[in-house]
Design a protein around this ligand. Structure first.
Ligand code: UDP
Length: 330
């Protein structure tokens, strides 16, 4: 497939801004649509002078705007979304309403103008499943509706259903990517994400806040690896109508993660164990383990993560200690 002009909703966000940079480097023309609700202008301000870059500060659910923009573009990446467990727990109404509504608007307009669209989903969709690794065709195990966390998972699953419905009904090329824990420069701990929180705490000599007993495990993937996958997937026509996992398979417990961050940062910090209830309020559900099955990404686009967790932590610690020194490497 040959794309020249690309829209990225949520292009000022953590993942979006890296995607936009990478697309511009490859010579694409990029328009971002972002209302800066969780994205930040500072993530993309350095791109303002690039003649191939346009920023529109507006909601991705603005139908009139999308009516005007989508016909002039060849591909849409839909990344605009509420993010982070903390935000989702604190603003459950906005989470459910905005996620599904925005995706519905984006898909309707892409369908009207027959534009391929990449829908970024999440490993949260697998819910509480304990059958690891998680492969795209396996059953999801949703938690109780009384636990707010699962509202996000359900809203994202509904996005996937709707995108796939457009594929089945009108053959709209939809590419659904389930992103597992993604980390890297520009990610903020503001919405609850663990690695930027730990790095910030370690660099400031504060204790690292491990929730629960810290035995829960995750796999953290570099945003640079994720971006490669996001760029390659829509170039392969047979990926249309499929769900594809992108993530790392290098597992670490959250307690081990805290220890690695302290060690790499050379910090004197200690670990403070905080009960989930204190961290997220009553009735919070966490999952113990979450590993992606990568066979689809490997078979379809020959994708495998290149950065190890230690590489990532080193980069983040360096960047936090010397904010401008390493920017050129990203
Ligand atoms: N976590 C933690 N301390 C923090 C923030 C998060 O121990 O300051 C834990 C959290 O409870 C979860 C894991 O780290 O078990 C990953 O959390 P994150 O919000 O980054 O991602 P997700 O829960 O979506 O995997």
């Amino acid at each position: 497939m040959n794309f020249q002009n690309i829209v990225v909703t949520g292009g000022a966000g953590f993942i979006g801004s890296h995607l936009v940079e990478a697309l511009l480097k490859r010579g694409y023309h990029v328009t971002i649509i972002d209302d800066l609700s969780t994205g930040k202008w500072s993530n993309i301000s350095h791109l303002e002078d690039n003649p191939n870059f346009r920023a529109i500060i507006a909601s991705a659910a603005d139908t009139q705007l999308l009516e005007k923009e989508i016909p002039n573009h060849d591909l849409v990446y839909h990344l605009a979304s509420a993010v982070g467990v903390k935000l989702i727990i604190e603003q459950p109404v906005k989470t459910v309403e905005s996620i599904f509504h925005t995706t519905d608007v984006v898909l309707k307009l892409c369908s009207r103008y027959r534009k391929p669209v990449v829908i970024t989903s999440t490993s949260e969709v697998y819910g509480k499943s304990t059958t690891v690794p998680f492969s795209e065709e396996m059953d999801v195990v949703m938690g109780a509706t009384e636990k707010r966390r699962w509202a996000y998972a359900c809203a994202k699953a509904l996005d996937e259903f709707l995108a796939l419905a457009h594929f089945y009904e009108t053959n709209l090329p939809v590419f659904i990517v389930r992103l597992f824990n993604t980390v890297g420069p520009r990610q903020t701990g503001q919405y609850g994400m663990v690695l930027p929180t730990f790095v910030e705490q370690a660099v400031n000599g504060k204790s690292l806040t491990v929730y629960g007993d810290g035995k829960q495990k995750r796999c953290f993937c570099s945003v640079h690896d994720v971006i490669e996958g996001l760029i390659q997937l829509p170039l392969v026509p047979k990926v249309a109508g499929k769900v594809v996992n992108l993530g790392s398979q290098e597992e670490v417990s959250i307690e081990q993660l805290a220890q690695r961050v302290i060690e790499i940062a050379g910090a004197n910090s200690t670990i403070e164990y905080i009960p989930y209830e204190q961290a997220y309020g009553a009735g919070f559900d966490d999952m113990q383990q979450r590993i992606p099955d990568l066979k689809r990404a490997q078979t379809l686009i020959n994708w495998n993560p290149q950065y190890s967790l230690d590489d990532i932590i080193h980069q983040l610690v360096q960047l936090r200690k010397h904010p401008t020194s390493m920017l050129k490497h990203y």
